[in-house]
Design a protein around this ligand. Structure first.
Ligand SMILES: [Fe+2]
Length: 155
């Protein structure tokens, strides 16, 4: 049943597009982070294994909230790997064993997503959805924090 919460249907569609792109991007970062969590080797194994786990737990929670925001708007969230790959603005890329490469690649993804999120927030604001705008601002804050942690591993 369609949601009747004061946002015109045409605007809801645009906001859902924004949320779907973000949902797809989060899945790329989540998968990359879990892959690194599973396969990391070397002298910093335990530190990074745990660090990646703490990050993918945050990402898992974010993903749930993004998808549920779509459903609160009365739409159906995309939920297949095919859709995520078709919708994402990020690159999957091959697996890398080198710790610095892993950190750099994740940092790049989080920083790219921070830039996209600023545009997403502007879009959401333009379509008069303060709840999504506020929510996306919170998502941006979390990615800025995750980026800072990743950046701190590098010299
Ligand atoms: Fe694990």
């Amino acid at each position: 049943m369609q949601a009747d919460i004061g946002i015109p249907q045409v605007q809801t569609k645009k906001i859902v597009d924004v949320l779907h792109r973000l949902l797809a991007d989060e899945h790329i970062i989540l998968t990359k982070t879990r892959n690194y969590h599973w396969n990391i080797r070397g002298s910093s194994f335990m530190e990074l294994h745990k660090f990646y786990e703490s990050q993918y737990e945050l990402l898992t929670n974010l993903i749930d909230e993004i998808a549920e925001r779509v459903t609160q708007l009365g739409d159906t969230a995309i939920g297949t790997m095919k859709e995520f790959l078709e919708t994402t603005r990020l690159e999957e890329g091959p697996y890398h064993h080198q710790q610095d490469q892993q950190i750099k690649r994740l940092l790049e993804d989080h920083q790219t997503l921070c830039k996209h999120l600023r545009e997403d927030i502007d879009q959401s604001d333009k379509y008069d959805d303060p709840v999504t705008t506020d929510f996306l601002t919170g998502v941006l804050a979390q990615h800025e924090k995750m980026a800072w942690m990743l950046r701190s591993f590098l010299k």
